[in-house]
Design a protein around this ligand. Sequence first.
Ligand code: HDD
Length: 750
Amino acid sequence: MAEKNRVKAVVEALTEHGAEVEIPGRPGSRSPAVGEPTEPAGPLPPKPDQRGPEPRTPTGRRDGIPPEANGQGGEFLTTAQGLRVRDSDHSLKAGARGPVLLQDHHLREKITHFDHERIPERVVHARGAAAHGVFKGYGTASAVTRAAFLGKDVETPVFVRFSTVLGSRGSADTVRDTRGFATKFYTDEGVFDLVGNNIPVFFIQDAIKFPDVIHAGKPHPDREIPQAQSAHDTFWDFVSLHTEATHHTIWNMSDRGIPRSYRTMEGFGIHTFRLVDADGGTSLVKWHWKPRAGVHSLVWEEAQLINGMDPDFHRRDLADAIEAGAFPQWELGVQVFPDTPDQMFEGVDLLDPTKLVPEELAPVQPVGLMTLNANPLNYFAETEQVAFHPGHLVPGIDITDDPLLTGRLFSYLDTQISRLGGPNFAQLPINRTHAPVNDMLRDGMHQTAVHSGAAPYKPNSLDGGCPFFAGAAEGGYTEAPVAIPAAHKVREAPASFDDHFSHARRFWLSLTPAEREHVIAAYTFELSKVWEPAIRERNLGVLANIDPVLCQEVAAGLGLPAPGPSVPLAEVEPSPALSQLGGEWPVAGRVIGIVAGPGSDLNALRTVRRAILDGGMVPLVIAPNGAPLSGDGAEEIEAQRTFANARSVEFDALLVAGAPAPGDDAKGARDAKAGIAGTAVDPRVRLMLAEAFRHAKAIGGWANASAAIEAAGIPAGSAGVVLADEPRLVWEQITGLLARHRVWDRFPAA
Ligand code: HDD
């Protein structure tokens, strides 16, 4: 604040004719007083209003943040001019029943501001959720890049926005779609944005096709339906005519298209980037984010139900986890390739963004850890106004000639100008770099900086020649001086871009039978929503070029003959790293539903609740109604859900708190009958259990819970159904099942 006031004083002094003042941060300097020659001086200090976001508490609460930082100072309601307001409920009128007077400034200001509260939503990735965090470098990347934020133990604040691509800002979270994964690193050398997705390849090889693929995926232009999904004619028309989309499309049809949580997604930079080391040596890299919690997905029916039950499922999950202190983490890693003149690696063209290099051929080497530890304070100010750009680079990181990337470098700056209302969006608090800014960009809509100095141009003598250029030693950005081969101007792609099917085939062959089953079901679902027969048939032709089994199964689901391939099937080695199955993962942050009723053993319920909490998970007790559960002398237990508002899709595992064996007396018999685990099982509980079973979730119960499980039609002895007298034993086994995410044996093998 003191610094701000000092700078303000300088600015004020400058307006007084002939004043000479010292510029803050530059002892001995003299300001360019009006009408007088200017003495040479060193670089200007940062703009007063270009500080980064205010510090916040780990969970993003407001504690300790000065109210002025939130635009909310003082205890009284005021107008935008700071005038205290006496009444905000009644317009100024000529008499209580008379006409409203135009002279009411408060009325006009309040309504005018409201009228302009909306800004255009993003043309793609409109629906999103974000969080603050910190990135800590391991130092392992220092051999290949001079980027300072990747240095050992260097901590850099970050802001990450996750998104769906196709839907509008208010669309549901768990639609089948690609997810955006955009990270802003506020490094000491300037902002670095890694603007990636949760799928490592893209639909198109050249940015000039971006409007086409997005127009095809967005709702139909006449009725603006369907919202936020690809299951319609225009999408499948495009991807079957433009077959370079085949690889990305099969990823969308796999479980990757319906993540369980933003916390359980991988992230990919997709394009190949160029890293530059301290000696100017270069290498080519692909960026990867690896979630510590593992890569997990929903199943399709579950995703569809969630869209109705809780359209904010992913947004809520991220915010709740952070609020609860279960901070999501990702390791950043790189696949490193030699920067050869042909920019190929093991037959893969590194400039083709529809291709990936299997991790078995180029392992992902970890270079740092990101922890998301604070929720945004204000959705609009931060999540909506954040502006990413793949061209926001720092020394040590450079681009390649991937034609998709080049077009992006134009698009992101351009789009912010209409979305954020002018060229000064970098001054918005969430977009401000934490490095000093001295940019010579001036004026424009929503300019909030008060620039001093007389010469916003270079070269100049009036401001003493400053600001100065930075050489490499001072952190100046230098583009890697790579050779560009002599060429002719053409509108062409290289021949290496012509292979549209081999990578899709490798993906298919790398999946486990259960995952393949999901891919078949997804294609069948989506194509069955396509109205034009010719488009359905054309897509079967594409599938035939991936794999005959895939094509035959989908054709059978559509009731159509399966065509043969139109190109020879590629001979490819599977890449096991592409499958999501097989590992065991941390279970912290998982949500466990516990169905309980009047007869349930409350002591057992309490023990299991405690064990769930101790495991860093969230127990939600589901009771017949909103009343706390009570029993003989035992302390009451609050229920977080009722049979009326709970649905299985909210939970990663479902437990049934059974009733103890009934006593000989009439009361014991009554309890067992009324109890949730008794024979009179509520149909809503049966539905919950049946769904959880169908979605391959772990199910457990103790005491007489087996009655409820049988009533739900779940066969005795089914995989992943744990019944025992001792609740602790049940819970231990359920934890083991959760570590594998689902009971995969329950899915039929493709
Ligand atoms: Fe893009 C937003 C990711 C290709 C044009 N893109 C946007 C966002 C993500 C991506 C994550 C949301 C950022 C946020 O949260 O604010 N886009 C990608 C990836 C691509 C890609 C991984 C390919 C590898 N994008 C791409 C192309 C173009 C664009 C080829 C245009 C030629 N993308 C945009 C955009 C958006 C955008 C129109 C909309 C809002 C914004 O930029 O800020 O400029």
